[in-house]
Design a protein around this ligand. Structure first.
Ligand code: FE2
Ligand code: FE2
Length: 537
């Protein structure tokens, strides 16, 4: 959800400057409030020039900061920072601690949006210390601290900050402050799945935002309320809200918010089975996110689009997007310490597993005898990997490789796959193509995990008698050997078109006879792992 807290322009402070610079500042604010951004920039710039001429440093500090915030919304981060930094220094020079705190608040907001959470928190607390005497500033800073607590999952703490913030705004009858406080209370209620509370807060917020003519806040309120409608599966209402929000964001030129609105509309279409519409909206969301440079937004929109492709059976495309999103998160991780990034990465990896699992299972359905094969191979293989002490990354590789190892079997004719009795040499040659075909199917997909060797070589044998490349010894990657051994075990212990299932003991006996197929330590690790599993069963 979008958080408006860090974007709230404060009220004017009582300063005694001549009307002209202050008047320009007022005009600029009026333009900003109705979303006329070009005019707002013009007036702020004029106010700065006028104040510099007359030496009204209070007005100057204020105009600098507000112009900085506008540039921030227009995605001009460096300019935004330098304007707010100048505002901070100007305020300190004239000893106006409240104005200095305002500038800190804005700078903290930029830190927050770029994911530098701790820097943001430190600046917010410094702002509270400097300018806490102003109820208006206190209200807003408490709100921002609430937002920080919220994204870090400390919901009770967030609620307390928001309520303190609402109290501060009410004490000075600040309708706009109250509208935002209600908005945030709505969001924290939604996070706690208190839908009725969320509805109520969002309604209050929207009414107040309309009354004071704040279009951007109306847009955010509509969009976040749409999330509540989504959660309740009130899709049409969610879509209407998001479309209305989109119109508003279009008007105020906020591309990142537009990306979020498109994402929500796309989700509605996806959930209601309107695939073509869903695809076009989610594509727009990704494109807009890319154009604003928001990695987080791009990764999330990509994940939503991947879910659409998954539901349409377009698995290659789904995986391509998930891989891209995974890479984006990797970049983000190195750069910022946004705590909820790890939650988002987990969610992404869950989606990833769901896609590969489902894809793997779709192959099984064409081969009625191997139902559940991929899942079991994955379980057994992970057991062996752990026995061998392989790390998380390798375990993930093996798990995904296990789901997809037989992908190429989709090209093997059904009658060959399910043939009772023995195969002709020609049929056997067809079966032996499946590792190669599997690789062809994912040729254009760049995985974050090295699974291609597993797919190609899971039928290679240590003594050089396997296929398709007749690799020998350590030419065969360990991961592929692991899948190979558990694949054979699963084939022996389940019934097939050509024979019934063997007991575990019989299967292990058979495998002992051909132990030259696997590297000795892998064979031993396999035996230990099966022993452990049988003991646990
Ligand atoms: Fe296979
Ligand atoms: Fe297999």
């Amino acid at each position: 959800m979008k958080s408006p807290g860090e974007r709230i322009p404060p009220k004017l402070h009582s300063t005694q400057e001549p009307a002209s610079a202050a008047g320009l500042l007022q005009q600029a604010r009026a333009h900003e409030r109705v979303g006329a951004m070009l005019e707002a920039v013009q007036r702020y710039t004029a106010a700065i020039e006028a104040a510099e001429g007359t030496g009204e440093r209070g007005v100057l500090a204020e105009a600098l900061r507000r112009l900085g915030v506008v540039h921030h919304h227009r995605n001009e981060g460096d300019l935004a920072r330098s304007l707010c930094q100048r505002s901070y220094e100007t305020s300190l020079a004239i000893g106006d601690s409240v104005l200095a705190a305002e500038a800190l608040n804005a700078l903290a907001g930029f830190d927050f949006e770029s994911g530098a959470i701790e820097q943001a928190r430190e600046k917010f607390y410094r702002a509270l210390e400097l300018g806490g005497a102003s109820a208006e500033l206190r209200g807003r800073t408490e709100q921002n601290l609430g937002i920080l607590a919220n994204i870090q999952g400390a919901l009770a703490e967030a609620l307390a900050h928001y309520q303190r913030s609402l109290g501060a705004f009410e004490s000075i009858a600040d309708d706009r402050g109250c509208a935002i406080a209600y908005h945030n209370l709505g969001m924290v209620s939604a996070d706690r799945e208190l839908w009725d509370d969320a509805d109520r807060y969002f309604h209050r917020s929207l009414e107040m935002a309309k009354a004071i003519g704040d279009v951007h806040l109306q847009g955010l309120g509509l969009l976040n309320h749409a999330e509540v409608h989504m959660a309740r599966q009130h899709y049409e209402q969610a879509r209407q809200n998001a479309e209305a929000a989109l119109g508003i964001f279009d008007q105020v030129g906020s591309r990142l918010d537009k990306a979020d609105a498109y994402k929500l509309i796309g989700r509605v279409y996806r959930e209601t089975g309107r695939h073509a519409l869903a695809e076009s909206r989610l594509r727009s969301a990704v494109d807009l996110a890319v154009s604003t440079g928001s990695i987080l937004s791009e990764a999330e929109a990509s994940r939503e689009l991947a879910l659409l492709y998954q539901s349409m059976g377009r698995n290659q495309e789904a995986l391509k997007l998930l891989n891209a999103a995974h890479r984006l998160f990797g970049r983000l991780d190195a750069r910022v310490d946004l705590v909820d990034v790890s939650t988002k990465v987990l969610k992404l990896e869950e989606t990833y597993f769901a896609v590969v699992r489902e894809w793997g299972q779709s192959i099984e359905s064409s081969d009625s005898y191997t139902y559940g094969h991929c899942e079991r191979v994955a379980d057994y293989a992970l057991g062996v990997a752990r026995e061998l002490g392989l790390d998380e990354q390798q375990q993930t590789t093996i798990r995904i490789g296990a789901y997809l190892h037989d992908l190429g079997k989709v090209r093997v004719p059904h009658e060959v796959l399910n043939k009772p009795g023995s195969l002709t040499p020609e049929e056997f040659r067809v079966i032996q193509m499946h590792p190669v075909w599997g690789l062809e199917l994912i040729a254009t997909v760049e995985f974050p995990w090295d699974i291609k060797p597993i797919i190609r070589w899971h039928h290679e044998k240590y003594d050089g008698t396997g296929y398709p490349d007749r690799l020998k010894g350590d030419e065969i990657p360990v991961n592929a050997q692991i899948i190979c051994i558990v694949d054979v075990f699963d084939a022996l212990t389940t019934s097939r078109s050509y024979r019934g299932a063997l007991t575990v003991a019989d299967a292990l006996g058979r495998m002992q006879e051909c132990r030259a197929w696997w590297r000795p330590d892998i064979f031993e690790a396999f035996l230990r792992s099966i022993g452990r599993m049988s003991a646990a069963a």
